[in-house]
Design a protein around this ligand. Structure first.
Ligand SMILES: O=C(O)/C=C/C(=O)CC(=O)CC(=O)O
Ligand SMILES: [Ca+2]
Ligand SMILES: [Mg+2]
Length: 428
């Protein structure tokens, strides 16, 4: 993905709030679906504190975008080559930087605070991977003390098919799931509200052009199939998971709700933030050739800092701001995004525009970067203390979890991912 004038740190928009905006300077230009108050959803981009209605400005954008811009989802818009997607970015960038467009474009800006953000895609399929090796090791120890990291982990990107129907945008509350579990001290399983509700800090990957059924995607061109990225919270019912997950993997413990940040941080916007994949530790096996590409290793990791914050009802009542539970880099991924895309299609499985891949929980080697509460509390044995004096081993009703991410690189303007938050409601 080439760098161009849209990444220039000196570039400036005539939208005043874009300058120095922590998430949406003019170098970001994420794609999304939004609804101004009382109006139906349409495609737009975030710029500073505003949202620009791209559907209304179609006449200023490439002709091939016109049918797709009439839809309240991005599936058709991203079903294009990387060159075409870059052409769209350049056209949007021109609208927001060239003073000649100011008068015509300004009427189509909406204050973001007055808009509702929708899911950016009609999600066809959702697959969750397991590339966070520190998470896999930590959680593996808790589920399988004698066998934490299974022997296939360093050879094959592990994943499971998730559920598309329950992928929801930031802000939609999470109803605590009920389910069947078997508490360690009980002799028989029980059915009831989850008592070990957790979050998982992940990146989401949105698929652009897919592959024809039967055709694999080579790892060297897999990045061309990525439309962009989001934050993803794979809410997890740990008590239900521990009982149900063998031998087929997660099922009801993870399919009740998945929260995504609604802006798609495009692959083009991420170009300056691609970094070298950390080398495999000494002694780790070399991946099979279908998973290995030198250029991907050189530029296939993401220079993104990830954070998790929590706000409880007592903290809100005391006027305390959300408390940071962890922070760490996205480079703690054992497999690159290109490797998981190539692996997913390696058997001929067709990926389609608007498919969602989760990276898997991204944890750092040390607790300050653990990506789930289960890890932070060592499965409940070391509860986390909050500024309100409360402790948490798992989430309680009324708790809000907020994921945040910022892409940074020397010499470039940082870009943010926007909001990925949700509050827990009692079980029904
Ligand atoms: O059985 C295990 O080791 C744990 C599996 C998961 O929690 C699956 C999952 O969602 C993967 C991830 O987020 O890293
Ligand atoms: Ca997960
Ligand atoms: Mg889920």
């Amino acid at each position: 993905m080439a760098l161009d004038h849209t990444h220039d740190p000196a570039a400036a928009s005539w939208v005043a709030s874009a300058a120095g905006h922590p998430a949406f300077p003019v170098q970001n230009l994420p794609l999304g679906v939004f609804a101004p108050a009382g109006a139906p959803p349409r495609i737009g981009t975030a710029i500073g504190d505003s949202i620009l209605d791209l559907a209304a400005l179609a006449r200023h954008l490439p002709a091939w975008t016109h049918p797709a811009l009439g839809l309240p989802m991005l599936n058709a818009l991203v079903d294009r080559t990387p060159d075409q997607r870059r052409e769209l970015r350049h056209a949007v960038f021109a609208l927001l930087t060239d003073p000649a467009h100011h008068a015509a474009v300004e009427p189509h800006l909406h204050p973001a605070a007055d808009c509702t953000l929708h899911l950016p895609f009609a999600v066809g399929d959702y697959t969750d991977f397991y590339v966070g090796i520190h998470h896999a090791t930590n959680i593996g120890k808790l589920f399988r003390p004698d066998n934490p990291l299974l022997p296939n982990y360093k050879h094959v990107p592990i994943g499971y098919h998730g559920r598309a129907s329950s992928v929801r945008p930031s802000g939609v509350p999470v109803v605590r799931p009920k389910g069947q579990g078997k508490p360690p001290e009980a002799d028989a399983p029980v059915f009831g509200p989850c008592v070990r509700l957790d979050y998982e800090l992940e990146l989401g990957v949105w698929i652009a052009q897919g592959n024809a059924p039967g055709d694999p995607i080579p790892v060297g061109t897999a990045a061309d199939h990525v439309a962009g990225y989001c934050l993803l919270n794979d809410w997890s019912a740990r008590d239900l998971q521990a009982w149900e997950y063998q031998p087929l993997g997660p099922f009801l413990a993870k399919n009740f709700h998945t929260t995504v940040s609604p802006w798609v941080i495009t692959a083009e916007a991420m170009a300056p933030f691609r970094v070298t994949q950390p080398p495999r530790p000494e002694g780790d096996p070399a991946p099979l050739p279908y998973l290995w590409d030198e250029a991907d290793q050189a530029r296939g990791a993401l220079g993104v800092e990830l954070e998790v914050l929590i706000a409880t009802p007592a903290m809100r009542a005391a006027g305390l701001p959300p408390h940071r539970l962890s922070r760490g880099p996205a480079s703690n991924m054992y497999w690159t995004v290109a490797q998981i895309v190539a692996h997913h299609a390696s058997n001929g499985c067709d990926l389609r525009p608007g498919d969602l891949l989760g990276t898997g929980t991204i944890s750092a080697p040390t607790p300050d970067g653990y990506g789930s509460l289960m890890e932070l509390s060592t499965g409940g044995k070391t509860p986390v203390t909050l500024p309100s004096g409360e402790t948490r081993s798992f989430l309680e009703d009324g708790d809000e979890v907020i994921l945040a991410a910022t892409a940074r690189a020397d010499g470039f303007v940082p870009i943010g991912f926007g909001e990925c938050r949700a509050t827990i409601l009692p079980a029904r």
